[in-house]
Design a protein around this ligand. Sequence first.
Ligand code: FAD
Ligand code: SF4
Length: 597
Amino acid sequence: MLPPLCPSSSRGYASTTSVSRITTHYTIYPRDKDKRWEGVNMERFAEEADVVIVGGGPAGLSAAIRLKQLAAEHGKEIRVCLVEKAAQIGAHTLSGACLEPRSLEELFPDWKERGAPLHTPVTEDKFGILTKKFRIPVPILPGLPMVNHGNYIVRLGHFVSWLGEQAEALGVEVYPGYAAAEVLFHEDGSVKGVATNDVGIQKDGAPKASFERGLELHAKVTVFAEGCHGHLAKQLYKKYNLREKCQPQSYGIGLKELWTIDEKKWKPGRIEHTVGWPLDRHTYGGSFLYHLNEGEPLVALGFVVGLDYQNPYLNPFREFQRWKHHPSVQPTLEGGKRIAYGARALNEGGLQSIPKLTFPGGLLIGCSPGLMNVPKIKGTHTAMKSGILASEAIFSQLINENLQSKTIGLDVQEYEENLKKSWVWKELYSVRNIRPSCHSVLGLYGGMIYTGIFYWILRGLEPWTLKHPGPDFAQLKPAKDCTPIEYPKPDGKISFDLLSSVALSGTNHEHDQPAHLTLKDDSIPVNKNLAIFDGPEQRFCPAGVYEYIPLETGEGSRLQINAQNCVHCKTCDIKDPSQNINWVVPEGGGGPAYNGM
Ligand SMILES: Cc1cc2nc3c(=O)[nH]c(=O)nc-3n(C[C@H](O)[C@H](O)[C@H](O)COP(=O)(O)OP(=O)(O)OC[C@H]3O[C@@H](n4cnc5c(N)ncnc54)[C@H](O)[C@@H]3O)c2cc1C
Ligand code: SF4
């Protein structure tokens, strides 16, 4: 067994601090060349499992559950360990969320009897285009991705927490508060497992008296289920050249709030989506507003902005705040109370951006490789199904006594073959052109026309596949070519400032640890990002982590990283125009403490 998780000492919004050298993390300044680490015992304790799963989201937990179900059906004993960086399962989950129950039905046909927290069947679907003052209703024709009949509005964090309970009941060893920091390899090049993060390192990178090395978890197969833009997946793409044949991944940032509202305005089961204002037609994005039936008049609302936006002055958080003031949105919120805030990146690349999914000793499932249906804004059902299919393929190798593997870590290629034969692939294929069709001169409206013709009539059967323009970070234009955007001041009732928002995410990190937002080169933020793009990280980070502070000399600025506030959305790693920021895992348990986001 792994040692018990130490609870974080404090909660709440963290104050800002500065360090002379910005990056002190060992991934940039190796410890074997650092005198302060001489004589420190770096040995790691190792555990052996059959399967190790990184990430306790819908994908990872579905995989874990399916493995244990199969083991029970076949009377086999297998050891399945799952590590999750959040202090509690579900505490780093952020989604809409409207859940398509298809994969859940498959995993647990008796989910109702088991008490799955699906309390709100969708009763009404509304879609509109916003102009600054008006809302133009758009009819939702049968067969369009926006049809939600048969789906449920959920608090995904609660659903994930319930999946965690089911997994534990089946015998999965679930370890919340443990972040997988490193991929381990066998000498033959196959994945051996992962190592969890070390703890007890000072902000300046020196060991504390309490330093403890992480644990090694070895497995025959390691399943990577880190969600969108996985930190370890990034390394695997390079090591095994997994993105060789696909297009670059494209992303959006989703910001979300939970509100309790006036009961008279509450319509449990209603789903509302909008596109248009406050974004211009060349900036992809839109809103969601879901009325939940959870015993109180609760709504989940959010705003997604495509991270391929071009204007470095755009501020996704402030776009979200001003959207709430639209005459068709504000009345729902008036008299209500905001109770939660958070943000998370989501994949928008679709089928053409999915990398190779298997490699010796491991595989990728869920939103890590980007199995997201973009126009539906749904990835939970596909994430769960990929976990189920991965486990079925892994299990048949585990019990195959005649298996002759070329590598010590097993290469479960059948998973990818089976996924390509499944409804997941068919579904993602049919919508593959909708998102890239928004790149024409007509922007969003071009995408809507394309959807009408090629999706609604042909169901995506057109013989071509459209391309994305390139990676999101490369789309930003220099500030000199763009117009600054003037955002209205928050009124403190409907719209809010960033700091009071982050306070509602419950985010906390051990203060005295190296910033987990690492810079490959500490000079690039000022010399390039600020000089050319006017410091876009100050605006795209939804937690105020990056601040340019004037120097005491009165000339110039320096970058300050308030790492304690990071909500783990991964946007900076995606959108940094210099690709100089590398998000790595902080000490396990750090990050947001979402309650059913
Ligand atoms: C704003 C927004 C709205 C959305 N709306 C919907 C919707 O309405 N319906 C829908 O179906 N989908 C929706 N999605 C997408 C949906 O949330 C994802 O498809 C789904 O959560 C993917 O599941 P996953 O398990 O692959 O990843 P995640 O849910 O992201 O889970 C990954 C888990 O891995 C953990 N982790 C990551 N790295 C490590 C590490 N190194 N070590 C340990 N743990 C790690 C994370 O903390 C997390 O708990 C939305 C997403 C967003 C952002
Ligand atoms: S620092 Fe990066 S990962 Fe953290 S909240 Fe800001 S943009 Fe997201």
